[in-house]
Ligand binder design. Sequence first.
Ligand SMILES: NC(=O)c1ccc[n+]([C@@H]2O[C@H](COP(=O)([O-])OP(=O)(O)OC[C@H]3O[C@@H](n4cnc5c(N)ncnc54)[C@H](OP(=O)(O)O)[C@@H]3O)[C@@H](O)[C@H]2O)c1
Length: 302
Amino acid sequence: MALLARIIGNIVIFTFLAGLVIVCCEMIWYRMPERGRKRYSGNNAQKRVVIITGATSGLGREYAYLADIRLKGIDEIWLVARRADKLQETAVRMRHVVKCLSYDLTRTSSVMELTRLIQRKDIRIRYLINCAGTAKMGTTKSITISDQTDMTALNCTAAVRLTDACLPYMKSGDHIVNVCSTAAFQPMQRLNVYASTKAYMLRYTRALRMELLPEKIVVTAVCPYWIKDTEFIEKAEEAGSASVHSYPLASKVASVAAVSMIGIRMGLPVVTPGIVCTIHRIFSGLLPDTVLQYIWELLRRI
Ligand SMILES: NC(=O)c1ccc[n+]([C@@H]2O[C@H](COP(=O)([O-])OP(=O)(O)OC[C@H]3O[C@@H](n4cnc5c(N)ncnc54)[C@H](OP(=O)(O)O)[C@@H]3O)[C@@H](O)[C@H]2O)c1
């Protein structure tokens, strides 16, 4: 038994270290100068753009402010969400040229319109940050089918469509960021469709990263734990308030944004911006889903 435990322990440590080495190699690769190709040195005709969805509140708004202050070599920031007045509120605090794009991303027609806007311009997209997201808590049966499909349309389809639209306008050194969640790490009853959309996005992001590795377009998934000071939980609770009783050790949006922005700029594959989500990520790799689901069952009742 002791031998078995030692073997399993060694395998875990070895695979963890191997993962660490691979990520370090990837980060070195992203920073290696390209042979035969000149590094992008600015082209007046081509605007360097950052696109952030979900920029009217919470994490998306924080990313907008951080991009405005921290990101170098950008000309315009495009903010996307439904509420035009809130987009303006975000934009007035920013120094860069900001384009406010009021679109409902659950609608295919809106996403297509946004796509056409991207295609019409002579631009280079330095960052695409897919942050718009929505959740509804409750049993799957209790959530209306329109809420369920809206979650899928916004959290998955819109992000995939926007990525597809932006990719032709991205080059070496540019970034795609998909805001997922710690909910991506395991199945979650009473948060089923939401957790499933985030699991989809985490897999999609990781595979896309590998595909774009030769082009040095950096793809990162951000997986935060509960963030209390955004509109997210209040809206999620509208459907089934009894599903999660409390949010112990919930994080703050400013720290989630700041920590994840460091990870994004480093070029990490997955950023868990906090202690709880980091622990969850580690245990989700070690424990079977059934055990994780019962732990979640316990936690959501506390
Ligand atoms: N808060 C958490 O506990 C938590 C934890 C883990 C992961 N996340 C993820 O973090 C991301 C940001 O969440 P948050 O906490 O910042 O939530 P939030 O404050 O509710 O922000 C959500 C953003 O998405 C936009 N949005 C919602 N529906 C939209 C639609 N149909 N079309 C276009 N934009 C839409 C909202 O703007 P409009 O309403 O103006 O459209 C808003 O700007 C989400 O992807 C979420 O899944 C959140």
